[in-house]
Design a protein around this ligand. Structure first.
Ligand code: NIG
Ligand code: FE
Length: 415
């Protein structure tokens, strides 16, 4: 057995109460100011005050002992909403947006998502793999040890399956835990421009069965937005996905309120994501059904829109998670550190609330809470050593990578 002791740490972790944390629990952490962690074969065997953990160690052999010099230790960050499987950037489009053209105008003119679709369709699998794996590794160096990646730049059977294969291969190469999501309904591809209904048929009748048959996605997501997929189309796709055993997610009310939040509650989706324009009615329905709000403040910043109403959501009892949305259009970052800083400085969360949103609530949003999201006995020893005394170092340093001193995945140092 590989046994490792990490001592002299200030540990901050949420507790896993068996469901996403909300309301007052959203901001509650357990702290061990003079703490230690005992890791056995990559799992946490003991965690708590150093004295107690040392008692557990007594007698047994240790392979390694690490003195963390009083630095703060938090669970590995979980990024539950990314589109990081793509090739190429879209800087010119970013410039156009800064000069006043809107995101939906660019998409309607055949740019935006569709220009990345063209690049991804043309790319060889190995090329897509190299870029995707590189992004996963960079995210890990910034403390993200578990993440979700969506397909959605293939928009035909062959290229959606190519993306899902790459997501799986990339995860193995990078050593991250990755939850793959099928997002075939991300945009209407150019060949269906004049018959969008037929594309919905293709998603429902061909793509979903193939994806489910191959077992390479856990969730199905739909971009429910004006001019993209309507609530009725979204409902049809997600019902089919559910019947095939996939969990449900919705890109809801990102730009316009089309009733996405309400639909997520109606379908009892695991999460509704974005929610910049969500109505109170929709949020109330989410709270009632325990749908997790995945908020993406780097997207709001990049689109220069007001942030989602995170404080009100917490007040209403909606469990809140945070994510990067890493994609070449609306949020070209894979840093959960930046996202946490924006959540504190832009949305008014405390660092404790932002940490819960970036660990255990994210883990619930991608069905991985039994393995990751908190530092508790039996879970994976995925943790980040911060160059500070409390989680506040992250927003305090404006999400700078220098706030991370080391990253461990299953007890192994990865950065
Ligand atoms: O979450 N909204 C749709 N999808 C992404 C953007 C993808 C892209 O622009 O390439 C998002 O913002
Ligand atoms: Fe997104």
């Amino acid at each position: 057995m590989v046994r490792k002791l990490f001592r002299n740490a200030r540990i901050y972790t949420p507790r896993d109460l068996g469901e996403p944390l909300r309301g007052r629990d959203q901001g509650s952490l357990t702290a061990f100011p003079e703490g230690a962690l005992l890791v056995e074969d990559g799992l946490l065997a003991a965690i708590g005050p150093e004295k107690e953990v040392l008692d557990r160690v007594a007698g047994g052999q240790l392979c390694q002992e690490v003195d963390l010099e009083g630095m703060c230790v938090i669970p590995g960050l979980v990024d539950p909403h990314t589109h990081m499987c793509f090739v190429g950037t879209r800087e010119r489009e970013f410039q156009m947006r800064c000069e006043g053209t809107s995101y939906l105008e660019i998409l309607a003119a055949g740019g935006g998502i569709l220009s990345t679709v063209q690049r991804v369709r043309q790319a060889r699998e190995e090329e897509l793999l190299a870029e995707t794996t590189g992004r996963m590794r960079k995210a890990m160096a910034m403390g993200t040890t578990t993440l979700e990646v969506k397909s959605g730049y293939g928009l035909n059977v062959q290229d959606e399956l190519k993306m899902l294969r790459v997501i799986d291969r990339g995860a193995r190469l990078a050593g991250a835990d990755v939850s793959p999501t099928f997002l075939g309904a991300h945009a209407i591809p150019p060949e269906f421009k004049n018959s969008p209904g037929e594309y919905v048929d293709l998603v429902v009748e061909e793509m979903l069965p193939r994806v489910s048959q191959q077992g390479i996605a856990r969730f199905c997501d739909v971009f429910c937005e004006e001019g993209v997929f309507s609530p009725d189309e979204t409902r049809r796709i997600l019902r089919r996905a559910r019947s095939l055993g996939l969990g449900l997610k919705i890109h809801a009310d990102e730009i316009k309120d089309t009733g996405g939040a309400k639909l997520a509650a109606e379908l009892e989706a695991v999460s509704a994501e974005h929610l910049l324009a969500a109505s109170n009615e929709g949020l109330k329905a989410m709270a009632e059904k325990g749908v997790i709000a995945i908020l993406l403040p780097a997207t709001a910043l990049s689109l220069r829109k007001p942030y989602a109403r995170a404080r009100e959501m917490i007040q209403m009892g909606v469990p809140v998670a945070l994510a990067t949305d890493c994609n070449p259009g609306s949020s070209y970052t894979n840093s959960m550190l930046l996202v946490m800083a924006l959540a504190v400085l832009g949305m008014g969360l405390s660092a404790e609330e932002a940490l819960v949103a970036s660990t255990i609530n994210g883990a619930y949003a991608i069905g991985m809470a039994q393995k990751v999201g908190t530092l508790e006995v039996g879970k994976q020893a995925d943790f980040v050593v911060l160059d500070g005394e409390t989680p506040w170092i992250i927003p305090y340093s404006l999400g700078a990578q220098s706030s991370v001193r080391a990253v461990y995945k299953r007890g192994e140092r990865v950065s």
